[in-house]
Design a protein around this ligand. Structure first.
Ligand SMILES: Nc1ncnc2c1ncn2[C@@H]1O[C@H](COP(=O)(O)OP(=O)(O)OP(=O)(O)O)[C@@H](O)[C@H]1O
Ligand SMILES: [Mg+2]
Length: 454
């Protein structure tokens, strides 16, 4: 084993002379064990009784947790009670029995990171799941870490272009901003995500697909990304993965984004969906006996969301992570606990409406219900004036829609409403954008300005 690898292992406290505990209970989606004293967050390997675990640490090729050990036998210590500790498996409990040995592998989960990951599709442990061969990685980074301290955060003062004209001009995002995309199922989240990934001006793009159906992953790559994974890393945990994989898929993608940020890049992080990530924690929390609260979500879900979302942001003098999180809102109900909690953490929200898709307006962004909280700090007063005017005229149209439709409104009664009616077609056309159309920021701004000035 090369010296550098040994050093790396020692750096991460890898266990070079393991001692073993054993499983004393196998539950539906969790193990109980004793015999060793791990800490919460430690990664353990479960070795069927009768099998040797010694070969595990001898792999001298790669410092990659995923390839050192089969994910099937890995778990994480999620709670400790006296001598007993609880393990959530990265895979499933099937095939394990009481008496199987438990080895503490690693204090806290590290995942491999490297520039070789660009263009690849990986699982939450950093293992490639595409057909492009193995990944050689010699650096690793902790999966869980605290968000940037408030004083290290840079001010968000630069525009982050996404190439979607309604977002760039009316919901302008800044480098380091955290945005939510709130929508019901089938409204157009993945399509909008694809447009943002293709249109965003970012050095590196990290996409986390959490809890999607397996068939949606290739579909997302071919349909929404046009099969172009340049400077892009896709981290995937599908709905048939264990709750732990789905939970850590999101953290894994964030850790990768942080690695690229630390190299001085502006990174786009985009995750679909926060709701499925929260559901994974709901399964873990409930199995541990946490009390269910609103919609069955245990309290740990609400503390987990800021732990993930707050890691995005701008680090002064280093780089930035601009994040978009999709949140599934059932029945378009924005008061869902996950939607509510996400809105309170994020710096803005883009709401997609089913009504708009019924009218053929794509992307179906409900401009009046959406907002970017930092828009005032990043755009010029002139631009802000046009944004306000657009919102005002568009809301007048919406308020008086029925009157206008039935012909009850007489032109001339309200100058502002007349102006709104005159600009209606242009405003609606401005909100529409074809999937493969890309608008650069200045062009979007000029178009907004032209419509408002006419
Ligand atoms: N910009 C667009 N232009 C034209 N059609 C669109 C657009 N966005 C979405 N659609 C249509 O809406 C359908 C659903 O879109 P999409 O898969 O993006 O929704 P979703 O919200 O991700 O769905 P799910 O909840 O199932 O993940 C697409 O198959 C497509 O037909
Ligand atoms: Mg989708």
């Amino acid at each position: 084993m090369p010296l550098s690898h040994i050093k790396e292992k020692l750096k991460h406290n890898m266990n070079l002379s393991p001692s073993y505990g054993q499983l004393i209970k196998v539950m539906q989606n969790m193990f109980v064990a004793d015999g060793v004293k791990p800490s919460v967050g430690d990664i353990v390997k479960i070795i069927p009784s009768g099998q040797s675990g010694q070969n595990l640490n001898d792999d001298d090729e790669v410092q990659n947790l995923g390839s050192l050990c089969d994910a099937k036998s890995l778990g994480m210590v999620i709670a400790i009670e006296g001598e007993k500790f609880f393990i959530s498996p990265f895979s499933f409990v099937e095939g394990h029995k009481c008496g199987d040995r438990v080895e503490i592998l690693n204090h806290g989960l590290n995942i491999p990171v490297s520039e070789a990951m660009l263009g690849r599709v990986i699982n939450p442990l950093g293992e490639p799941i595409d057909d492009k061969g193995s990944l050689q990685t010699y650096t690793s980074t902790p999966l869980m870490r605290s968000p940037l301290s408030a004083l290290k955060r840079g001010l968000i003062d630069e525009v982050f272009e996404v190439g979607v004209k309604s977002i760039d001009s009316i919901l302008t995002c800044g480098k380091g901003q955290k945005m939510g995309i709130f929508a019901g199922s089938g409204v157009g989240k993945s399509t909008l995500m694809g447009m943002i990934v293709r249109g965003a001006k970012a050095h590196i793009k990290v996409i986390a697909l959490i809890g999607e159906r397996g068939r949606e992953v290739p579909e997302f790559i071919y349909k929404n990304l046009n099969n172009d994974l340049t400077n892009t890393i896709l981290v995937v945990a599908t709905s048939d993965d264990s709750p732990l994989m789905r939970k850590y898929g999101a953290f894994s993608a964030m850790a990768i984004a942080e690695y690229f940020k630390s190299l001085g890049n502006d990174v786009l992080f985009i995750m679909d969906s926060v709701t499925r990530f929260a559901m994974a924690q709901r399964e873990i929390g409930l199995a541990l006996g946490e009390p269910p609260t609103s919609k069955g979500y245990p309290p740990s879900v609400l503390t987990l969301l800021p732990q993930l979302m707050e890691r995005a942001g701008k680090e002064d003098g280093v780089g930035s992570i601009t994040a978009f999180f999709t949140v599934l809102v059932e029945g378009d109900d924005l008061s869902d606990p996950i939607a509510d909690q996400s809105r309170s953490i994020l710096d803005g929200h883009i709401v997609l409406n089913r009504d708009l898709t019924d009218m053929g307006i794509y992307p179906p962004i409900n401009i009046l219900n959406s907002a970017s909280r930092i828009i005032n700090d990043i755009i010029s007063p002139e631009h802000l004036g046009y944004v306000r005017k657009f919102r005002r005229l568009y809301s007048l149209i919406k308020e008086n829609e029925v009157l206008i439709r039935i012909g009850a409104y007489q032109r001339g009664a309200d100058i502002e409403l007349d102006e709104a009616i005159n600009k209606r077609t242009a405003m609606e056309a401005f909100l529409k954008q074809e999937i493969d159309e890309k608008w650069d920021f200045q062009r979007s701004l000029d178009e907004l300005c032209r419509i408002m000035q006419e």
